[in-house]
Design a binder for this molecule. Sequence first.
Ligand code: CP
Length: 318
Amino acid sequence: LKHFLTIEGLSRGLLVEILDRAEGFLGVTQQAVKKVPLCRGKVIANLFFETSTRTRTTFELAAKRLSADVLNLNISTSATAKGETLLDTLRNLEAMQVDMFVVRHASSGAAHFIAAHAAPHVSVINAGDGRYSHPTQGMLDMFTIRRHKGGFADLRVAIVGDILHSRVARSQILALNTLGAAEVRVIGPRTLIPAFAEEALGVRVFHDLLEGIRDVDVVIMLRLQRERMTNALLPSEHEYFQLYGLTEERLGVAHPEAIVMHPGPINRGVEIESQVADGPRSVILEQVTNGIAIRMAVMSMCIGTQNIALQADGKTDG
Ligand code: CP
């Protein structure tokens, strides 16, 4: 694996390899001081042109657990604010011997652009580009599902909310279909579901929440991506919660052992009530923890020595 830009086109075997490798790293993420030396001597630069809490910090933690050196470029105080082009910024970071760029950008295709122009030895990981792709989020969600449900066969998954603007939904759908989920449903108002979603994405479309989540094993809630909407698309929060907000009562129509997921940030009282977000079926904070293991897996597959036997033996360093 050279870059990790999208789940589109990746084989089931490769996705399973990432999940298996992350399983080996989970123990490392839960020990405060232990590290593995897979990326020792490597330099990883976090380039976040859009805001982030979970993704940026878990990439940083993952890189540190792999013993890499981490640069967090503060875009607002970097020379891009003085008119330096993105490519000139990259060339300068490459001159500092950076081995990997982790990129988040508001424009779809930004990570592909950087990968196409990066020096041959540099790997690029997409940490979310526009509405297109957020592949490590998709994989940490698959990891969380597999840990709770054991696999993907026979699994019914519902993704609820603003599918139109969601790079997370796109990555989840690609991963679920590649991994063989029995049924992927998307649920939301007509204005927030892409045209021809059934054919284009390989999902079943519902506009009624209760119909859509009936008997499903996994309910994934998404926030309204207001920053990508025009006013015409923006529903009122109150009206949206009345129609699509997940409450304890509504969750009652899902499978009795259904889990509730959300990539964050959550908007309480808009797409999900606190009782559900903080309730026993919520695995939302587990998703965040699992993000460290998945990001360790992907980064080590791109630039690590791939000495996974070290984890298998339980030997750690640090
Ligand atoms: N899920 C996610 O991408 O969260 P952040 O925007 O906080 O990184």
